[in-house]
Design a protein around this ligand. Structure first.
Ligand code: PMP
Length: 393
């Protein structure tokens, strides 16, 4: 659906808030091209050969150091790590290993679409809980779990999936209280939590929050991360951190999928991490995203501040704002008006696990330059007016 919707997002003059891809100008292309030349020449016996399924041992070493820095996770060893082809593959493998057809998986509304499609291949039933400003609606979580317990199905609830920081699509971060509450529930009902965290490092304001894995330990939590947002997505490097028996199962599943991740990009990332402090290197990009987010918030205030019932999230990091129109509006219907104005977004419906209509949209601020952000939101207001008139509202 997204591919279809964004087909014309690249036409000349278009402004797209649709795609969630990082700004290519933030990629360290000189550093990477130099390392790439070196490792093809000097390390060809590794880089041009098959690797092991678990991932490049040199990269695993660097990842263990990085996990300590980002999350304060100590005491992990190589057996707790699997390197995947992007964290998208990790989602698919988690589905393969943990879900049997008919099982239950708890997800948010809205939720990261790629996770929903990865899991759907395993034919689960989604147990859906609303997202509030500070994470999942915990009353709803409890209620859904009690329902499963009463119907004798709780054993088939395989895990709770959550993007803990600056969720895609809503930009919402789950509070520490809710992280702890989720862990308590996971403990009580013997559930796993799959914590997906591609955006946590992209925090431009406020304090980093402890990850669910840090709070709950490796026995309860499978943590997914990726280099897509902190380095570049083209490397296609994802990371799974989990208890050893789970990693072993995931390794078997990955063997059946692709034998191993590409040796060349794994070694490229390893040597990059050895030479540069990636967390320092991305600071200018984070500052750029902060400015772009501010621009989008200002533009929304200016153009939609007068619309009663219109609201938007104001995230402290990540790449997305969740913009909600008053209830009577449907952002899928409005899309054709936006398209005519050459401004693009992703209708909220795409992120609803049960495909219901939505008055929200995902607005990504990472790609357009700041002046285009202002212009794009103005075009959106104009599209909204035309849509409103067409509905007679
Ligand atoms: N999880 C979430 C929440 C995402 O937003 C994305 C990508 N946008 C992914 C996983 C997958 O990313 P990748 O495969 O590039 O690591």
């Amino acid at each position: 659906m997204i591919r279809e919707l964004l087909k014309y997002a690249n036409v000349p003059g278009a402004i797209s808030f649709g795609g969630g891809t990082p700004d290519p100008d933030t990629f360290p292309r000189q550093e990477l091209s130099q390392i790439a030349a070196e490792i093809v020449e000097k390390e060809y016996k590794y880089t041009l050969q098959y690797s092991v399924t678990e991932g490049d041992p040199e990269l695993v070493k660097q990842i263990l150091l990085l996990l300590e820095k980002i999350y304060g996770l100590h005491g992990l060893s190589a057996e707790n790590i699997l390197i995947t082809v992007g964290s998208q593959q990790a989602l698919e493998l988690v589905g393969k290993v943990l879900i049997d057809p008919g099982d239950y998986v708890m997800v948010g509304d809205p939720e990261y679409l790629g996770a929903l499609s990865a899991y759907r291949m395993r034919e689960p039933q989604f147990v859906v809980v609303n997202f509030e400003e500070d994470g999942p609606d915990m009353q709803m979580v409890q209620q859904r779990i009690e329902e499963l317990e009463e119907s004798g199905q709780i054993r088939n609830l395989k895990f709770i999936y959550i993007v803990s920081n600056f969720q895609n699509p809503s930009g919402i971060t789950t509070s520490v209280e809710k992280r702890k509450a989720l862990l308590e529930i996971a403990q009580r009902y013997d559930l796993m939590i799959v914590e997906d965290d591609p955006y946590g490092v992209l925090r431009f304001e406020g304090e980093h929050l402890p990850s669910i894995m840090k709070l709950g330990g490796i026995e309860r939590v499978i943590l997914l991360n990726t280099f897509s947002k902190i380095l570049c997505p083209g490397l296609r490097i994802g990371i799974v951190v989990a208890d050893k028996p789970i990693i072993r199962k995931l390794v078997l599943a990955k063997q059946g999928t692709d034998l191993c991740s590409p040796s060349l990009t794994m070694r490229l990332a390893a040597r990059y991490l050895e030479r540069y402090d990636v967390l320092q290197q991305i600071k200018p990009s984070i500052e750029l995203y902060r400015q772009k987010k501010e621009a989008m918030i200002k533009a929304l205030e200016k153009n939609f501040g007068d619309i009663k019932g219109a609201k938007w999230t104001n995230p402290d990091g990540g790449l997305f704002i969740w913009f909600t129109l008053p209830e009577l509006y449907n952002t899928m219907e409005m899309f054709e008006f936006a398209e005519k104005n050459k401004v693009f977004y992703i209708p909220g419906e795409a992120f609803r696990p049960n495909d219901q209509p939505s008055s929200s949209m995902r607005m990504s601020f990472c790609l357009p330059p700041i002046e285009k952000i202002y212009e794009g939101v103005e075009r959106l207001r104009d599209a909204f007016e035309k849509y409103r008139a067409s509905k007679g509202l």
